[in-house]
Design a protein around this ligand. Sequence first.
Ligand SMILES: Nc1nc2c(ncn2[C@@H]2O[C@H](COP(=O)(O)OP(=O)(O)OP(=O)(O)O)[C@@H](O)[C@H]2O)c(=O)[nH]1
Ligand SMILES: [Mg+2]
Length: 367
Amino acid sequence: MELFIQNNLELVIAGLASVGGVITYLLLRSKKDSAPRESDVEESKVAAPTVTAAPKKEIEGVSWAHRLSQGLAKSRQDIWGKIGGLFAGEKADLDSIEEVLYSADIPTSYVQSLLEKLENEGKGKNPEEIQEIVFNFLNDKMAPIQANVNEDLFAFKGNGSTKVFMIVGVNGAGKTTTIGKLATKLKAQGAKVLVGACDTFRAAAVDQLQVWCERAGVDMVRAKDGADPSGVAFDTVAKAFAENYDYCLIDTAGRLHTNQNLMDELSKTKRVMSKINSEAPHQVLLVLDAITGQNALKQAQEFNKALQLSGIIFTKCDGSAKAGSAVAIVDELKVPITYIGVGEGVEDLHHFDKDLYLKTLVGLNGF
Ligand SMILES: Nc1nc2c(ncn2[C@@H]2O[C@H](COP(=O)(O)OP(=O)(O)OP(=O)(O)O)[C@@H](O)[C@H]2O)c(=O)[nH]1
Ligand SMILES: [Mg+2]
């Protein structure tokens, strides 16, 4: 055999190469055959929609003011930044102003009173002065309510008792992502954070939260799939108080504000937490997707009725020209915005700074 190989080396190599080729071909074919069909791809997308959308790589060195400016670019360029140009000059183009304001999902009463204010105060002013008038109009609506925001939400001071935040909202608003970002931020300040995965309807939802918690280095309570969400909330809050966590963040399943049974279930979840500590949850925060526009007000009203909200987290301002609808929501609901999200990364969530937000929205902050 050895002699045969030595004498026919070239023949043997050629033979091996062709066997290798056949194996490679067969492997490729079997891979092709087992590749998902189009319908399978759709299914897997539906089954685990956001696990891979968890923490994104940060863009180093971009300040919050710049992120906010980029996030609000659509709302500024398409709506709020235009008003100065449309009003100033020979003749105010009130029809166009009215049109752009409606496309920003601003309630009729607001549009009318802003137009009146512009007519009364705007004559002979340059575009920048007009933008100042718009800023003052929006600021007057928001300022009294924004003054009520609790500092515990943003800054960990240490030595305090456990603070429980319950996060609620309709499906896909950004609850889980926001909890992931919030946990990361609080942990970075040195806080001990516990997260409760109370969206027990979907295993993928719990997995998504776990990815965030692992990256943030915070603890998470997870129950069996299908477990009673109120029970998971109870266990999480009990653990948080027993083990002296600084923050306890409760994720809940998304639900339509019009589904009374699911809204009742949420009220129950809130109630059971107060059995551990009468002040828990200290904050009930509604996550609202900016893209929703005026319907967000309806959602907010229903969630407020069921849970007495303490704050709003306004997400996805980067994907919408309707970021200005926040003003009407705050004003009508008398509930402040606490955080704002302008993207999927941790650094894209920031506590809400009214002045910076409004100046950026109307184009007065120099960007
Ligand atoms: N562009 C953008 N995307 C965001 C923002 N916040 C969240 N998202 C994305 O929105 C999608 C839904 O976010 P989730 O956090 O899963 O929403 P959820 O409210 O937990 O959804 P359910 O649990 O299904 O009700 C994800 O792809 C997030 O990455 C944001 O501020 N900007
Ligand atoms: Mg979720």
